[in-house]
Design a protein around this ligand. Structure first.
Ligand SMILES: Cc1ncc(COP(=O)(O)O)c(C=O)c1O
Length: 435
């Protein structure tokens, strides 16, 4: 093993042997080169006041070389904040600003040890770093039956992990913490499990309430007490879009110092929260560990980043940083929140009007971008195709019964027509079936 990787592993094993046991083979081997091009270049940036001939970029007139046609469209920004490579862990000011935001919005993280968020090429990349560092062939990744499909590729196909599913809702239409507990305890033989918690949930738009949140945390604690090392990942992609009285913060806080066998990792980012899907700015943050452990995990994370994308996009990091620092940021976000909440409320009012109950029910939702219908009489994929072909309406079919509707994409005044047309689509298919 490379001596630097060995050093990091030794630190991790000394600080918390359970976290060491959680590492995948790749997670053990990876390290961030301390004496490579990047570190020599960083040293030169600080000290080489005559000529700096270290890094593979280009300078002209004391600033990054650039084309006028590009700079003309970005003239609000200084070339140094756009063209230079961002550091592998992200722009330091952005990382600091995101941490401030995270602490403000998640009081349960306050007073706990918390790493500085490491910038990723958005949330998918953060999840894939978790997979690289912690998931190996046969490791269990415990997720609800209603989930974001990409976990399958990230953890299953890429890393050979085994996806273990539990029902998201119980009979009371609340989060099924008992099922989570059973799915976790079933991993006792493996001694390890990766749990991905995603609230607001994609595809259902569900966030548990405070009691349900406590039950989730208790289930994870019980698994840890049973000797299972739990990598507890919160995928907070839709964070902040809480329209009702559910939890309004990430469970990463409560998971942070829950038990020595629990490692809390928060995955979040600007993608959905700041409505910048194509910018590719996200973060991975480790919580509830010693400073030495946080530093070692940061080095391992930077190793994966260096080995895969080298560094994230600098312009987008600059754009997001400027937004976070702007005095208008909170007011503008609130405005968008109200629009999304208005849409969610409208959808609920329509669905509760009693007009559609014969053909579908809907899964409980209270947050995020989506809601999900559970169809009673027609196949979801058949309906999806029919809606597309006959009415020009796009939805997502999930399994046999579920149809995901992204109300985030539909203006409030169009929602009635949308749901009435989906209903009409079902009626059309019912008629065909009864002929
Ligand atoms: C639950 C969830 N996590 C992560 C992502 C990925 O986000 P990003 O586009 O930032 O990679 C999505 C995107 O659809 C998502 O729904």
């Amino acid at each position: 093993m490379n001596p630097l990787a060995q050093q990091l592993c030794d630190t991790i094993a000394k600080e918390n042997p359970h976290v060491y046991e959680m590492l995948s083979e790749l997670g053990k081997q990876i390290y961030f080169p301390k004496v490579g091009i990047l570190s020599q270049s960083a040293e030169a940036k600080a000290k080489a006041n005559k000529f700096n001939a270290t890094i593979g970029t280009a300078l002209e007139n004391g600033q990054p070389m650039h084309l006028k046609i590009i700079q003309d469209t970005l003239s609000a920004y200084n070339p140094k904040d756009i063209y230079e490579y961002a550091p592998p862990a992200g722009k330091p000011e952005l990382r600091a600003a995101w941490k401030v935001k995270m602490l403000e919005e998640n009081p349960s993280l306050q007073g706990k040890s918390l790493g500085t968020p490491i910038a990723t090429n958005a949330l998918t990349h953060g999840l894939s770093i978790v997979a690289d560092l912690f998931a190996g062939p046969g490791d269990a990744v415990v997720i609800p039956d209603k989930n974001w499909e990409n976990y399958e590729l990230t953890f299953g196909i890429r890393r050979g992990a085994e996806l273990v599913y539990y029902p998201l809702y119980n009979e009371q239409r609340k989060f099924n913490a008992d099922a989570l507990r059973s799915a976790l305890l079933a991993q006792k033989g493996k001694g390890k499990a990766i749990v991905v918690l995603n609230f607001p949930n994609n595809p259902t738009g569900y966030t548990p309430g405070p009691e349900e949140g406590n039950a989730i945390v208790a289930a994870i604690k019980e698994a840890a007490e049973a000797g299972i090392n739990v990598v507890a990942v919160t995928d907070d992609a839709y964070f902040g879009l809480f329209f009702e009285d559910s939890l309004h913060e990430s469970l990463a806080g409560k998971l942070a110092d829950l038990h020595p066998r629990v490692l809390s990792i928060k995955i979040d980012g600007a993608t959905k929260e700041e409505f910048v899907w194509g910018f590719r700015v996200g973060f991975i943050t480790y919580a509830g560990q010693s400073e030495a452990m946080l530093a070692a995990l940061e080095q391992k994370t930077m190793g994966i980043i260096r080995a895969t994308i080298s560094s994230g996009p600098h312009p987008s990091q600059t754009f997001v940083l400027r937004a976070l620092q702007s005095p208008e940021y909170k007011a503008q976000k609130q405005e968008k929140f109200e629009i999304m909440k208005g849409r969610a409320n409208k959808v609920k009012a329509l669905l509760d009007s009693g007009k559609f109950g014969d053909v579908w029910e809907y899964y409980p939702f209270n947050s995020g971008y989506f809601m999900c219908l559970k169809l009673k009489t027609v196949d979801a994929e058949t309906l999806r195709l029919h809606l597309l072909d006959k009415y020009g309406i796009g939805t997502i079919a999930l399994g046999e019964t579920d149809l995901r509707v992204a109300f985030s994409c539909i203006e409030e005044q169009d929602l009635q027509e949308l749901f009435e047309t989906i209903y009409q689509g079902v009626i059309d298919l019912n008629k065909v079936a009864s002929k």
